[in-house]
Design a protein around this ligand. Structure first.
Ligand code: NAP
Length: 248
């Protein structure tokens, strides 16, 4: 896919954090980018404006990834505007942490709905046009917690582990049409999601990271850009860990 002015990418949750870095990185590769948000409209507009100011193309696309009707309607708007879809990055994610014995069902349901069902709904929306085109790149953003497990995050870890199965099964289904599906599993990345953690928790994580630093959103975006690019055409159903070595 590489440096391609016709490449169209949809990045979910692209107003902030990792999604923002991915949107800017793909735009830098020449992609037209649909910048999805659910709550952060102003921030999504800023990302789109940054892309346009740099000479690229972008549209802002508000929808909640967990809502099937909104996903379908949002994707239809993308197709109206850009006419094709080449790259989907399922980045939108939430946490609702709590110990297992105290976890409310609504916190379980919400995290699974956004992180796992949301990825499924977006994947289902793009699959048909990608199959018709006989090309496409899908990158799901998992987490090291889907591999390690995490006390206080049974919902989050389960959603991220679920994405691994989703990735591998979709990769098998779509491979015959030259569509690749991979997962990038970040470790501790400095974004709003981790900014809320206490200094004590952060210090404990830092101690466990062999590279002795937290990751930046751009570290994750680099791996996504590789998987979306020309050189990754023979890679599917795989996981790339971007975690400073905390899980090997
Ligand atoms: P973040 O700064 O909290 O951003 C989360 C993003 O998800 C926001 O753009 C948010 O958009 C979007 N989002 C949440 N619910 C949504 C919904 N229902 N529909 C559409 N978008 C929704 O988090 P981040 O650190 O950038 O995380 C991005 C992804 O990386 C997540 O999947 C997260 O699990 C994963 N990850 C992060 C880390 C880390 O250390 N930061 C580590 C491993 C994995 P709105 O504000 O518009 O709702």
């Amino acid at each position: 896919m590489g440096e391609d002015q016709n490449m169209v990418a949809l990045v979910t949750g692209a107003g902030r954090g990792i999604g923002r870095a991915v949107a800017l990185r793909l735009a830098g590769m020449g992609a037209k980018v649909a910048v999805n948000y659910s709550a952060s409209e102003d921030k999504a507009r800023e990302v789109a404006q940054e892309i346009i100011s740099a000479g690229g193309s972008a549209m802002v696309l508000g929808f909640d990834v967990s809502d099937p009707g909104q996903v379908e309607e949002g994707f239809a708007r993308l197709m109206d505007e850009f006419g094709r879809i080449d790259v989907l990055v399922n980045n939108a994610g939430v946490v609702r942490d709590g110990l297992l014995v105290r976890m409310k069902e609504e916190d379980w349901d919400r995290v699974l709905a956004v992180n796992l069902k949301g990825a499924f709904l977006c994947l289902r929306a793009v699959a048909k046009p990608m199959m018709k085109q006989r090309s496409g790149r899908i990158v799901n953003i998992g987490s090291v917690m889907g591999f390690l497990g995490s006390a206080g995050q049974v919902n989050y870890s389960a959603s991220k582990a679920g994405l691994i199965g989703l990735t591998k099964s979709a990769a098998r289904e779509l491979a015959a049409r030259s569509i690749t599906v991979n997962l990038v599993a970040p470790g501790f990345i400095e974004t709003d999601m981790t900014a809320v953690l206490s200094d004590k928790v952060k210090a404990a994580y830092l101690d466990m990271i062999p590279l002795k630093r937290f990751g930046a959103a751009e570290d994750v975006a680099n791996a996504v850009a590789f998987l979306a690019g020309e050189e990754a055409g023979y890679i599917t159903g795989q996981v790339i860990h971007v975690n400073g070595g905390i899980y090997m």
